[in-house]
Design a protein around this ligand. Structure first.
Ligand code: FAD
Length: 310
C-alpha cells in the first residue's frame, strides 16, 4: 500500500506527487494519460517565470521532475472506483480498469476536466489554428482580430467581455432565444461597442483557408436562414466537464460534477483530497492546478502525521 496515491498525471497530479515524495512518504501516481490537457496544448505563455513553452515540452519537463523522486508512476491506468476507508486513517482503495486494486492511506484526486466540444465540421481540424477553448490562455493571440464566442452562459459572456478588450471584434453566438449569463454580465456585454450578440443561432461549421480559421457558418433557428461570419478565431464556451463520473455516489460533487473541496483541498471523505480542474476551485489554469496539487499533498501529509497507525 501507499501513503499518498495520486489519481491523474496533469499539472495538479504532478505537483501533488512531487510535494508528497519530498516529504519522504511512499507516493504513487496512476494516470490515464500522463500530462493531461497540457499534452493537447500548443503555446503556453502564462506559466509564471516561463514566458513561452509548448504543451509536449511542459509535459516532458513535468515527468522528468516527478522522476527526480521515488514516485511509482503507473501511466495508462484508468481509475474506475473509489472505495473509501471504513474508518478514518484506514486504507482507501482505488479500483483500476485493468482489474487491479491500489490501496493507500490518502488519495489525491486530480483527474482534470475536458472542454465540451461543439461537434461541428472544422472544429477538430482547426483546433489550435483558430479554434480555442481558453480565453485566458489564447485571447492575446487574437489581438486586433475578429473572433466569435460560442455560448451565452456565464463563461461565454465573461469570455466575450474579456476578449472585447483585446481583439478587434467579438460576435457572441447563443443557441437559445436568450443568453443564460447573469444579468450584470449581459448588461456589461451589451455596453461594449465592438460586440455583436446573435441569439437563436446554431453553429453548423467552422471554415478555414490555408490551414487557419477564416469564418463560421450558423443557421438562424427562427427563420432557417444560413449565415456566414468572417473571422480569425472561434472560442468555444459551452462547458468544462470534470472527469469525475467515476466518483459519483462515493464523494460529494457540485451540481456541475466538480469534487467539492475546501481551502485545504479536503473532500467529503477524510484522507481523500482533490486538486485542479476536477474540483470546485475557480479559474482552471496550469499554474493554479500546480498550486492546488501542492496544497493537496501538504494536506495529505498533515493528515498522515495526525492519523498515523490505527
Ligand atoms: P488535467 O490536465 O486535465 O489532467 C488530468 C489527468 O487525470 C490526466 O493525466 C488524465 O489522463 C487523468 N485522468 C482523468 N481521468 C482519469 C481516471 N479516471 N483515472 C486515471 N487518470 C485519469 N492553462 C494555462 O494555464 N495556460 C494555457 O495556455 C492553457 N492552454 C490550454 C489549451 C487547451 C487546448 C486546453 C484544453 C487547456 C489549456 N489550459 C491552459 C488549461 C490547463 O491545461 C488546465 O487547467 C490544467 O491542465 C489542469 O490540470 P489538472 O492536473 O487539474 O488536469
Amino acid at each position: 500500500s501507499f501513503e499518498v496515491l495520486v489519481i491523474g498525471g496533469g499539472p495538479a497530479g504532478s505537483a501533488a506527487a512531487i510535494y508528497a515524495a519530498r516529504k519522504g512518504i511512499s507516493t504513487a501516481i496512476a494516470a490515464e494519460r500522463f500530462g493531461g490537457q497540457v499534452a493537447d496544448t500548443m503555446g503556453i505563455e502564462n506559466l509564471i517565470s516561463v514566458p513561452y513553452t509548448e504543451g509536449p515540452k511542459l509535459v516532458s519537463a513535468m515527468e522528468q521532475h516527478v522522476k527526480e523522486y521515488d514516485v511509482d508512476i503507473m501511466n495508462m491506468q484508468r481509475a474506475e472506483k473509489l472505495i473509501p476507508a471504513a474508518k478514518t486513517g484506514g486504507l482507501h482503495e482505488v479500483r483500476l480498469a485493468n482489474g487491479a486494486t491500489l490501496k493507500s492511506r490518502t488519495v489525491v484526486l486530480s483527474t482534470g476536466a475536458r472542454w465540451r466540444q461543439l461537434g461541428v465540421p472544422g472544429e477538430e481540424e482547426y483546433r489550435n489554428k483558430g479554434v480555442a477553448y481558453c480565453p485566458h490562455c489564447d485571447g492575446p493571440l487574437f489581438k486586433g482580430k475578429r473572433v466569435a464566442v460560442i455560448g451565452g452562459g456565464n463563461s461565454g459572456v465573461e469570455a466575450a467581455i474579456d476578449l472585447a478588450g483585446i481583439v478587434g471584434h467579438v460576435t457572441l453566438i447563443e443557441f437559445g432565444a436568450e443568453m443564460r449569463a447573469d444579468d450584470v454580465l449581459q448588461k456589461k456585454l451589451r455596453s461594449l461597442a465592438n460586440v455583436k450578440i446573435v441569439t437563436s443561432a446554431q453553429t453548423t461549421e467552422i471554415v478555414g483557408e490555408n490551414g487557419k480559421v477564416s469564418g463560421l457558418n450558423y443557421t438562424d433557428r427562427n427563420t432557417g436562414e444560413e449565415h456566414h461570419v468572417e473571422l480569425e478565431g472561434v472560442f468555444v464556451q459551452i462547458g468544462l466537464v470534470p472527469n469525475t463520473e467515476w466518483l459519483k455516489g462515493d464523494i460529494e460533487l457540485s451540481q456541475h460534477g466538480e469534487v467539492i473541496v475546501n481551502d485545504r483541498n479536503e473532500t467529503s471523505i477524510p484522507g481523500v483530497f482533490a486538486a485542479g480542474d476536477a474540483t470546485t476551485v475557480p479559474y482552471k489554469q496550469i499554474v493554479i492546478s500546480m498550486g492546488e496539487g501542492s496544497k493537496a499533498a501538504l494536506s495529505a501529509f498533515d493528515f498522515l502525521i495526525r492519523n498515523s497507525v490505527e
